[in-house]
Write a protein of this length. Structure first.
Ligand code: PXL
Length: 317
């Protein structure tokens, strides 16, 4: 029996040639549409068991955007390594990654976006680079958040050889999403918190020189009123900016929030400007939701309180 399915407007028509039957199934259409629309992302970063960053942020955020989210944990830590935590545990999962990749390859899994965050060791960066070669395609996106540091300093445990490896990984990415600290380490230039638009455009061009198609810088501000992100599409030679209200507080994990929303938006096929706008807006929502809880939630942001809004933003686009 051969069944042909035609999807037209809001209905699916099933035609069984042999029996000459013709069915019109609205319900099937709904399932069919959802299957066709459901995007798949794989995110590769650590699990900080407590501390609201990396996978515990990326997984709920990308899932809330209606995207199937596969994960490869790079390491398990008891907390993140940022300010306020000491004596954390660290279990390296580097040796698990090639076997996971081989299993997935045998199943011919395909992803609409490959998104990396915190990586635990230089060897791990090489393995992820191979993963990009295996799972990158002309029609999917490789997004690298080159997690290296903040406020002018490298995170605990990172060295200049790790920075060199990360630069090579950036060369394979369609999008990289550094903050200004990471920009300074990737380009080998002094960190500055005071700059103008010409400076941002210059460093964006130099980041594209690393080999990635679209560098995106987070936490960009030209005054104390507005904060946002800047991007450069090197193929089109066009710059993009998105700003919203600046809130004078800094919370750990907001870079992970931005990159996760950006990745989700990319996988959903939004334009670069839309990706920037939704990521900037949601990151601000999370910061504003955290301010009243600052005493209790000093180690991360209250993104959980904003997931409903994110679902709304996705529906609007
Ligand atoms: O948010 C970035 C991040 C992710 N994972 C771990 C970290 C950090 C930043 O400090 O320590 C383990």
């Amino acid at each position: 029996m051969t069944v042909y399915i035609y999807v037209q407007h809001n209905t699916a028509i099933l035609i069984d040639k042999g029996m000459g039957l013709l069915y019109n199934y609205n319900l099937i259409n709904v399932i069919f549409e959802r299957m066709m629309m459901m995007k798949k992302v794989v995110t590769i970063q650590d699990i900080s068991c407590f501390g609201k960053c990396s996978l515990t942020v990326a997984l709920p955020i990308i899932s809330a955007m209606g995207i199937e989210t596969a994960v490869i944990p790079t390491a398990v830590l008891s907390t993140h390594t940022g300010e306020g935590f000491t004596d954390y545990t660290f279990r390296d999962l580097t040796s698990d990654i090639p076997a996971i990749a081989a299993h997935w390859k045998s199943m011919e899994l395909r992803f609409d976006a490959l998104y990396t965050g915190y990586l635990g060791s230089p060897e791990q960066v090489d393995i992820i680079s191979d993963f990009f070669d295996s799972f990158g395609r002309r029609d999917n996106h490789i997004i690298v958040d080159p997690v290296l540091g903040d406020a002018g300093k490298l995170y605990a445990g990172f060295t200049s050889s790790f920075v060199e490896k990360m630069k090579k990984l950036c060369a394979k990415a369609d999008f990289i999403i550094p903050n200004m600290t990471e920009v300074s380490f990737l380009l080998g230039i002094p960190y500055t918190d005071s700059y103008d638009e010409a400076y941002v455009k210059d460093v964006l061009r130099r980041l594209a020189g690393l080999g990635c198609r679209v560098p995106v810088i987070t936490g960009v501000h030209f005054d104390s009123l507005m904060q946002g992100a800047a991007a450069y599409d090197s193929e089109k030679d066009e710059f993009y900016f998105s700003f919203d209200k600046n809130v004078d507080h800094h919370f750990h994990g907001t870079g992970d929030i931005f990159s996760s929303v950006f990745t989700g938006a990319c996988a959903l096929g939004m334009s670069l400007q839309q990706c920037l706008d939704i990521a900037v807006k949601f990151t601000l929502d999370c910061i504003e939701a955290t301010v009243p809880n600052i005493e209790e939630t000093w180690y991360g942001s209250c993104f959980e309180l904003c997931l409903g809004k994110l679902i709304g933003y996705v529906k609007e686009k």
